[in-house]
Structures are given as C-alpha cells and as structure tokens.
Design a protein around this ligand. Structure first.
Ligand code: GDP
Length: 459
C-alpha cells in the first residue's frame, strides 16, 4: 500500500556536489517546475517545448542576468520522479547556485528534503524500495564490485527474487483464506504438502540471501586483510609498498610498529582494508605486549591473513611452528617469504614446496604483482564473488529476511502441529508483510523517513 504522503508542491535542490566545478545542476520536480523556470528563463517558452529537450538561455532576476544556463526538460511521467522535472545546468559556482535556488524559492518552489526526489520516484511507482535504496548505494560505491552489486539491485535483480517468493506465498495465503470462507464444509483448497515444499524452498533461498550478507558487508566495507609476522619481517615496508605511501613507521628496531595501522586499497576491483599489526613476539615489554594482544585480536576479525616472514632468518620448521601458534591454518591466508633479495638459493628452495606461498621483496618492491594475483585468487575462491548470485548488502533487507524466515518457521511448525487454516494464514500473512517491507509493497511513513533521510539533499 502506498501512503498518501505524496505532496503536490514543487521542490528544488542542487543535484551536483557542492563547491566549485565546471557546471552545477539544479533540479526541480513537481507540477510547477516548468512554469516556475519559465518565469525567470529568457530563451524559449519552455511550456511549449517537447519533453527530453535542451534549451540555452539566461536566468534573470528583474533586469539582472544571474547566469547563462542550459535547461533540460523532462515532462512527467517520462522523468526520474515521474513528475515534471527541469534541470538547470549553470556555471559551477556556489554563489551562482545559491542565487538561482533562492530565486526559485522566491517563485514558489520549496527546498527538497534529503532523498525527496528518489522518494517521489518511489511513491510514483518508478521503482520499488529496494531499488530506490540501491540508488544511494550506487552513488556511494567505490569499487568495481560494490558498483556491480548496487547496479544489479537498482535494475531490480534482488527485488525480482523477493517478489517471486512473495507471489508464491500470496497464492497459498489466498487458498487458505478461501478455505476459511468454506469452513463449515471442511474442505482443503491449499495442499498442505505443497505448502510445506514451498516453504522449504523459500527458506533455502532466504538462507542463501542471509548468508550473502556477510560477503556483502565485506565487499561494502573492504576485505579485512591482516598483515602479520614477527618484528622486522617487513610488515610496515610491505604495507607502504601496497599503499604507495609512508603511513606505517619503518625502522630497524624490532617492535617499533606498536599500534595497529589500517589503510585501504582497491586491487582488481575489490576493496581491501590492510591492517598492519605489531610484531608477534612474546615479550616482557608492556607496550609491546599490548601490541601482541591486539594482533591476536585483529587476526580474529581477519577475512584474509598475509603472514610475512624473513626468508633469510626463518627455517621451514620455525615457520610451521609460528603458524601453529597463531592457529592460522583455519583462516584463508598467504605465506609471504620476504627479503628474497637477501636470500641464498638454498634458503629460497627450502620453501618452494609450500602452498599459498609467494616470494617477495617488500623493500625492493619485487613480487608485489604476484602477491596481488594470489590475494585476488584467494578472495575469488569464495563462490559468492564469482557466481551471478544476488548479494544482500543492506542491513534493513537482511533484517527483513530474518523476520520472514522466523515467520515461515512458524508456518512450518503450525503445519507440524496440525494448526487450523486461520492460524496458518496469519503466520503466512506475517511473512508476506516482512517480504513486502523489503520491496516497499508495504510501507509506513516511519519506514520511508528512515530510509530517505539518509540520502543527500538533491538525490
Ligand atoms: P616490521 O617490523 O615487520 O614492520 O618490519 P619493517 O617493515 O619495519 O622492516 C624491518 C627492516 O627490514 C627495515 O629496515 C626494512 O627496510 C627491511 N626490509 C623490509 N623488507 C625488506 C626486503 O624485502 N629486503 C630487504 N633487504 N630489507 C627489507
């Protein structure tokens, strides 16, 4: 159900980022968008122009020319909001945009609330709620993968899955409700075994979507990659090489990297959060001891661990011992044999048989390409990334799916306990409600406010 909060006024906002730029775009949407701009635009009479056309002219306040602009005309419903939309491209000066917006406000427009253009697009049926939310994700995306996920969702991939689930459930709900109408005749229109099969299928789909959330989060916030290893193995040097900047302090004194340093880099379209840790060394130095404890804590949170060791001063047996101590074998990890520039051929050879091992010289920036390839291969080994499957990245969707799953579980229990149709129907309706909330078939003003106030103004 669509609430009647669709307002009938004309809104205006800066649609491009604030600050100086070559051009800025001011967007207006609503019934008066065209006459309102027409009143101050000197060029053509916009009301008489066809939709999807551009017009050059000036915006004037009285005799004063505020700017030379290009006006784009979108007549509803063939526009983003499905209302009449005018976009005024002016020179990208904060002074000019402020003057123009003030002028439009004077002429009767209202300043748009955060996300109000997208909210109107949703309320007018341009797209569903999950798609509207993907618009925000798309704008916020900063790597090829987050972009790809948001784009897929905006184009309706996720919504289509949810809607298909919902349609099947609605069918059963209506069959059961039909039974209720005939309750005195003791008939069963809804085949209980079929319903059970459907619910099991739905739960499997929902569980896949729920599981994808973890991966979705990783992709959104970056793959937590911990760089671990003994002091002086070259962790800070490696981090610097990966990030190409001098963020971590590099020194020759073991244990100088005392704190956890974190930075991000995008490799092969995936965002990584690299976490440098203090050296892993049992020590009596209290400051250093805190560092070691933190490393172990960071390892717990790591999606991937890069375990660095100095190939010139570590034997394969020592390495195995270090790995066992960290209980690393259970975590996806790469072994990085560093300082290969100083190593003898025998030293290198003694590690050659190990899997997931990359030889490198962080100091000489050699082997970094191989490291990147191995790291990407490790992440891509996760099928969630390679397959074409839908990935849930939005907490609201995740929670909606969880609640749907709980309600479905109750339908199953009801079937097990031979509950009557009215009880079953009520649990099915509850799961329909939660599914509907995801795509916005069911909305409340609070829900919409909650979503759209997180958008920027002008979006
Ligand atoms: P961390 O304690 O693990 O962070 O180690 P650092 O990054 O501070 O490096 C310790 C020392 O090893 C520094 O003097 C680095 O310049 C040196 N180092 C790091 N990587 C290499 C390398 O690949 N080759 C050589 N020759 N020296 C390196």
């Amino acid at each position: 159900m669509i609430p009647s909060t669709l307002s009938n006024d004309t809104i205006v906002a800066l649609a491009t980022a604030s600050g100086h730029g070559a051009i800025a775009v001011i967007r207006l949407s609503g019934p008066d968008a065209i006459p309102l701009v027409d009143a101050v635009f000197k060029g053509k009479n916009l009301a008489h122009q066809p939709s999807h056309t551009l017009h050059f002219g000036t915006i004037r306040e009285g005799d004063q020319i505020l700017d030379e602009v290009v006006v784009s005309l979108f007549k509803g419903p063939a526009s983003y909001t499905k209302e009449d939309v005018v976009e005024v491209s002016c020179h990208g000066s904060p002074f000019i945009t402020e003057q123009l917006i003030k002028l439009f406000l004077k002429k009767g427009a209202r300043l748009a609330l955060p996300g109000e253009f997208t909210k109107r697009a949703f309320l007018n049926g341009q797209f569903d709620l999950a798609q509207a939310e993907a618009v925000a994700d798309l704008i916020a995306s900063d790597s090829a993968l987050t972009h790809q996920i948001a784009m897929k969702q905006m184009r309706g991939g996720f919504s289509a899955e949810i809607k298909a689930l919902r349609a099947q459930l609605i069918h059963f709900a209506s069959m059961i409700e039909l039974e209720l109408d005939f309750s005195e005749e003791d008939v069963e229109f809804a085949d209980r075994a079929g319903l059970r099969r459907l619910i099991t299928t739905l739960q499997k789909l929902i569980s896949d979507l729920l599981q994808s959330f973890e991966m979705g989060n990783v992709l959104k916030h970056g793959v937590a990659t911990v760089i671990a290893g003994k002091p002086n193995a070259g962790k800070s040097t490696l981090l610097n090489a990966l990030l190409n900047e001098e963020k971590a302090i590099v020194s020759d004194i073991p244990g100088t990297t005392r704190d956890v340093i974190e930075d991000e880099a995008t490799l092969g379209g995936i965002r990584f959060r690299f976490i440098d840790t203090a050296g892993l060394r049992e020590t009596l130095d209290t400051v250093e001891a805190i560092g070691v404890a933190r490393t172990k804590e960071q390892l717990q949170k790591a999606a991937v661990v890069l375990y660095l060791f100095d190939v010139t001063s570590t034997s394969p047996a020592q390495l195995q011992e270090e790995l066992q101590q960290l209980q690393l074998p259970g975590v996806p990890h790469l072994l990085l044999a560093n300082k290969k520039d100083l190593a003898t051929p025998q030293q290198l050879e003694s590690f050659e048989h190990l899997e997931n091992l990359v030889f490198l010289s962080a100091g000489q920036k050699e082997g970094l390409e191989e490291l990147q390839q191995a790291l990407l291969a490790l992440v891509h080994a996760n099928e969630a990334l390679t397959g074409d499957r839908t990935i849930v990245t939005n907490l609201r969707h995740f929670q909606g799916l969880q609640k749907t799953d709980e309600a479905l579980q109750e339908v199953l229990q009801g079937l097990d306990n031979g509950l009557t149709g009215d009880w079953l129907a009520s649990d099915i309706r509850r799961s329909l409600y939660y599914l509907g909330e995801i795509t916005g078939e069911i909305t409340t003003d609070d829900l919409l406010d909650n979503i759209f106030t997180k958008f920027c103004i002008g979006k």
